[in-house]
Design a protein around this ligand. Sequence first.
Ligand code: ADP
Ligand code: MG
Length: 353
Amino acid sequence: MATVQLSNICKSYGDKKTVHDINLTIEDREFMVMVGPSGCGKSTTLRMIAGLEDITTGQLLIDGKDVTDAPPQKRDIAMVFQSYALYPHMTAYRNMAFGLMKTTRLSKAEIDTRIREAAEILSITDLLNRRPKELSGGERQRVAIGRALVRKPKVFLFDEPLSNLDAKLRNRMRAELKRLHQELDLTVIYVTHDQIEAMTLGTRVAMLSQGALQQVGAPMDIYMHPTNTFVATFIGSPEMALIPCRAENGKVGHAFFTNSLSIGNNLPADVMVGLRPEEVTLSSTGMARARVERVELIGAEALVEVAFGPDRMVVKCPVLGAPSVGDEVGLDFDLDRLRLFNGRTGQAINAEA
Ligand SMILES: Nc1ncnc2c1ncn2[C@@H]1O[C@H](COP(=O)(O)OP(=O)(O)O)[C@@H](O)[C@H]1O
Ligand SMILES: [Mg+2]
């Protein structure tokens, strides 16, 4: 297995810069998830790592070796695509064997052993003689993963491999990918627009927006300490509420706060208070007053959308005792967990108490 190092990687199409100065090191046996909205440059970055796309400027090292200009076959990586990209006229077995026959000097028997091993791991032994059209979406995806596994590459690249599967199958494949990573000690770079996939699969998550890296860290670290409002609202569902407030003399005020909150010194005048749905509790008194606009029952919990003045937020509470639309409620929040962002730049503020 291997490390992958991206140093100041940029990509331009004509004079349009698509990927900006990415610096990122993927450690040996790490499951790195690159996550961001559609069009933010995830596939472009992955394709540059694979060698399917030229690197405009910057340097790419795999296992310490400069492969910036190396062709794909010299990089010892395997990529799994959203579209599976299987050969339609070949059986699953042949799809898995084909690349090995082309690019290695393995004997037929060695190739067969590898395919049987991978098929066993992926529970597709019984499907090896079928063609792609005789397989379900999930089975095709397994064959595509199998084709990558048999090559025993240094690094596995996945580009939204689960996006074409239904929700139930996606959950199952997600668990299976996690197991594969753990059992086989793979180094994985995995691209998705789905923040749940990022949170559940990644040993670390790299968050991208408009071609630029926003934050890199362990999933819970990013969840708890987002570096800016973009990351704050992208990760987590329902999303974090951002409430514009005025700060003065270390206190943060809002017309609907019962008292202004003593938070810290050296705050800019315009700040945003960031609160996640599970960090706010409803109470009869409360630190702020709000009106219930919408109530959604989602099993044991209710999502209660409340408005205070022009601002809204979603609060999670137990279904039992959930308020009704139109109720006036109080809101309490944990001042220790409250996040502050610069109202102008959106950057997180570490207030000094
Ligand atoms: N071959 C290309 N020529 C010009 N622009 C491209 C090309 N490929 C991708 N882009 C643009 O680069 C941006 C990033 O695309 P992409 O990496 O596919 O995003 P993502 O995978 O995050 O959805 C998009 O604006 C896309 O239109
Ligand atoms: Mg893409």
